[in-house]
Design a protein around this ligand. Sequence first.
Ligand code: SF4
Ligand code: F3S
Length: 372
Amino acid sequence: MADTDFDFSALETRLGVSRRTFLKFCAGVAASIGLGDRAAYAMAEAVADPKRRPPVIWLHGQECTGPTEALLRSEQPSLAHLILDLISLDYHQTLDAGAGHRVEEIKRQVMKENQGKYLLVVEGAIPLAQNGIFCKIGGQTMTDATREAAKHAAAIVAYGSCASWGGVQSAAPNPTGAVGAPQFLTDKTVVTIPGCPPNPANFIGTVLFFVTYGRLPPIDDKGRPKWAYGRLIHENCYRRPHFDAGRFATEFGDEGHRKGWCLYKLGCKGPETYNNCPSLEYNNIGGGVWPVGVGHPCFGCSEQGTGFHKPLFSLSEVKTHTPPNAFPDIDDREGSSSATLATAAVAGAALGAALGASAVAGRRLGDSDGEG
Ligand code: SF4
Ligand code: F3S
């Protein structure tokens, strides 16, 4: 990246990360959105200006708090630190130190004083059955709280699969009538960041775009930012050469599984799931930590109609049959790497037993966090 006159020293102190790490992060976000150096600097400058911090009202509906947990568990540069510095988090039902009616009053005051300026983040599904009685906060149903907060919001982000389309709560027979924010707020534009949990980097990229440009990024017909959800997992998966060559694992721990072959026959839903998991991975962007990376089939956690709706073992609908031109050679991964893959197979089986739990063992993005 070319340098500018911008003074990063105050930002370094505030965020507790080096200039180089922060710029690397902004460049990564800008590149993943399809933008260049100039956008990265624009993002850095937007973060540096405290006046551009939008007030945020963050509601929780039916969910496990996984999206907030995923955000808080990230390491260097701390996405949690960054996001909490990038925005003014005025109301968050699980992070607020206060509780009770006083906090609800503050929420209303913030919304009143910032009409048309605050960002509404919805985490969790919204139950519609029996007039919304299955989820109440501060004596108010989630339906009423969402409608009230959405009324004067500058933008609305549904964070996680539950908020995006109902998630696990909406699985048949869906006794509470759970839906996502877009299905409830049908007269509003809702940006969705689905995933169980969603990748925090997709959330922060969306918020960074909003803070920098004052508008939301381009989205698809399900409200998903195109830069993050424009491609099928199957298109970017590093096991894809095995799929095209007909080399499949057929049981957890079998020879194909140990060798890192394609997981399609174990029920992988990568061929029908749009997400950037193979490119971003989890636990701070890198480290091979994502379901397929640790030997477990993708179960389509982010895809409406797939995750929590199709059985794990069922075969996926293959939407792209033609192999892309630019694929690497098949890596048989035998010999010295087989032990690692066997470990990954075990980890994958464990992940299968605990679906929905976060992936394991973080790796720091800033492992070469030297000063620039
Ligand atoms: Fe990767 Fe799954 Fe596609 Fe196989 S079916 S290439 S494991 S996404
Ligand atoms: Fe979810 Fe599949 Fe990615 S299970 S985390 S969409 S690989």
